[in-house]
Ligand binder design. Structure first.
Ligand code: GDP
Ligand code: MG
Length: 444
């Protein structure tokens, strides 16, 4: 069901290779597929609309980086925009307030509030050496307070003693008081939920907030929440005022579209994600990973980024012209080697390209592999400009001098010269067919 957006866009756009910029029509066609991918990932409709509008603005007229297919270019723009909407890396709990710092957990019933309370408390205790108190304010479900008490025993975190008959707001006040007396750094309030948003729930949350004055109010939501995510996040944010989001069940097979929906309507950061039932199944939120998951794609984005960063357009064009004219000297080879190692070497480039294994083998057989890049560069740098421009000059005595200068031997130099000859022949053949791309342009 979750096929790859890259492939879908490929079939629409890859016929366009060679054009300089994305046209309105190209982008419209691509955005239909993007919209479908987002809806399949459970992103709320209104967010999808807003998102595709933003992408359209950025994409129309965008220049297609040389050696990259238009479909890949659109995926890159979509991906960048998604990462930017999902927010920046490394936003985590803010405990920068006088102790005891109050964290209030809110959300619907079954969203994972109690579990997440235990996870956060356990992490703060073990990793950050904080003294934490947990308190259950859930007086609606009979076993709720007991559930938290058990998590406390399991993780070695203090829980507020249960006094039957107290109201949620009274428990909140008592928890803050107990934390103050007990010298706790942090107190986490685990509130009650409902199966859906209703007025009494919102009133209860607002009252607890006033009483306990929390520094963090985290909305806990199931990552599988679909179209409801928007309503849920908007309501809690408007009525209670949240400071961040926690998405649970990210270990499930959902694509995490709720992350985008909730982030988009509240503008509040996703601070943590739950990835299992166990107490250590809590992770930081990484926008790029979630963007990949929503789009259902692999490494193509980083390939496009690296290519865009490292390929020097003018140089590539100049080299292409030389090759077309049948010229490919050792200066050109040196440039190609530099460009290649900047892009992560053979493995870096080809590992990301499906079906490239065979070509990689062929080039390795010709002596063209990552390990000898450095040595080859050293050999070329030890040559004079005249030798680089005309390798035929390289007779025995010159080779001896170059071997000494580069810390290599005559066999290494012969290998390099042989590789250069093979590549020059290949270039000439390509040039003869009128192809304009450089070696690496050709590969992609
Ligand atoms: P609450 O009603 O909001 O307090 O929800 P609970 O914390 O009681 O969680 C409801 C159920 O979801 C429990 O069975 C939890 O074990 C489970 N749960 C919570 N977080 C996660 C998660 O990140 N991944 C998975 N797979 N299950 C979770
Ligand atoms: Mg609970």
């Amino acid at each position: 069901m979750f096929d790859n957006l890259q492939e879908r866009l490929g079939s629409i756009l890859n016929g366009l290779t060679g054009r300089g910029a994305l046209s309105d029509k190209d982008v419209q066609a691509a955005l239909r597929e993007v919209r479908r991918a987002l809806l399949e990932a459970d992103v709320a409709l209104e967010v999808v609309r807003d998102f595709t509008d933003r992408v359209r603005e950025k994409a129309v007229g965008a220049e297609i980086v040389k050696s990259i297919k238009p479909g890949q270019m659109v995926v890159k723009i979509v991906h960048d925009e998604l990462v930017s909407m999902l927010g920046s890396e490394g936003v985590t709990l803010d405990l920068n307030a006088p102790a005891p710092v109050v964290i209030m957990m809110v959300g619907l019933q079954g969203s994972g509030k109690t579990t997440t309370t235990g996870k956060i408390a356990s992490r703060l205790t073990k990793r950050d050496k904080k003294k934490v108190l947990m308190a259950s304010l859930d007086t609606r479900r009979p076993a709720a307070q007991e559930q938290l008490k058990q998590l406390g025993e399991q993780t070695g975190v203090d829980t507020l003693p249960i006094i039957p008959g107290q109201s949620p707001t009274d428990i909140a006040s008592r928890a803050v008081q107990a934390a103050r007396l007990g010298g706790h750094d942090v107190v986490i309030l685990d509130t009650a939920g409902r199966t859906h948003i209703d007025e009494p729930l919102m009133v209860e949350m607002a009252t607890i907030k006033t009483k306990a004055n929390p520094h963090e109010i985290l909305l806990v939501a199931d990552a599988l929440t679909g179209q409801d995510a928007v309503n849920l996040a908007r309501n809690f944010d408007e009525r209670v005022g949240i400071t961040g989001l926690v998405l649970t069940r990210m270990d499930g097979d959902g694509r995490g579209g709720a992350a985008l929906s909730m982030r988009a309507v509240t503008g509040k950061p996703i601070k943590l994600i739950g990835v299992g039932e166990k107490m250590d199944a809590l992770e930081e939120f990484h926008p790029r990973r979630v963007a990949d998951r929503i789009l259902g794609m692999g490494d193509i984005v980083s390939l496009v980024e690296r290519a865009a960063e490292t390929i020097d357009q003018e140089k590539a064009q100049a080299m292409a012209d030389r090759m077309k004219a049948g010229k490919f000297d050792l200066n050109d080879l040196s440039d190609q080697l530099k460009q290649m190692s900047k892009m992560g070497g053979m493995g870096g480039i080809m590992g990301m390209m499906p079906g490239m294994g065979k070509m990689k083998d062929q080039m390795a057989a010709a002596g063209f592999d990552d390990k000898i890049f450095g040595r080859q560069q050293a050999i070329i740098s030890s040559m004079t400009p005249a030798e680089r421009a005309n390798p035929d000059l390289l007779k025995h005595s010159r080779k001896k001098r170059i071997a000494a200068g580069s810390g290599t031997n005559a066999a290494d130099i012969n290998k390099l010269l042989k590789m250069h000859r093979q590549m020059a022949d290949m270039m000439k053949a390509m040039g003869g067919k009128g192809k304009k791309a450089g070696l690496f342009g050709k590969m992609m």
